[in-house]
Write a protein that binds this ligand. Sequence first.
Ligand SMILES: [Zn+2]
Length: 267
Amino acid sequence: MPASAAEPVDYTLKVGDTRIPLNDLIGHPLRLDYDGVIRCIHCDRTTKKSFNQGYCYPCFRKLAACDSCIMSPEKCHYHLGTCREPEWGETHCMTEHVVYLANSSGLKVGITRASQVPTRWIDQGAVEAIPMLRVATRQLAGLVEVACKQHVADRTNWRAMLKGDVPELDLPAERSRLLGLIAGELADLRAEHGADALREVSEEALSLSYPVEVWPAKIKTHNLDKEPSVEGVLQGVKGQYLILDTGVINIRKFTAYQVRLQVFARA
Ligand SMILES: [Zn+2]
């Protein structure tokens, strides 16, 4: 049996300097009003458009966190001396990473910095996840992920994730199966980077539950760019999404948006 969090995931929403406990608001009507201002989460400059979920264009072009190797970690170029911010690279990339299997909308492979477990899994709305390997760097995690992608998905189908009827999987069995399938690639990587750099782990799976009272039957999305005022009764939170009775909203996408939140009494 996977280790299980007894309680559903606890969510807070940061509005300005306030952290609002979202779980307490489920069942309440909410209203979000976007006033048209976007402030870069790095430099606080106002920007017409948000790049990479919260940055202005100059920061998007300059920061290592916004480089294309973050999306494609196998392309890490730290070793070439061309990292945009080598110090950031040392703490975020040249450090232990976990290659994991998760069940978010079915089986998927993913990678994350070791310190981001289980935050990353919660972010993806995984109902269960299991570490597969612990590796020395982000690039190695990316290379293992590339090998895995021939056999399993690396994306979450967020519509399926938000439907709430994700079938159960035997993640320890899937882990053994996949490690067998990529044994050749792992041997090659160990030959090049050292046996200690890629360690298979037998850690337990973790199951996660989310505070959702009503699952959406049909998925409609809200978009603050098109509709600056969004209203609805909060029915749950999963992954990066608020589930309202009027539609879902990917709140991460609007991280840098200046938004006012109003909460009303339960109807
Ligand atoms: Zn900026």
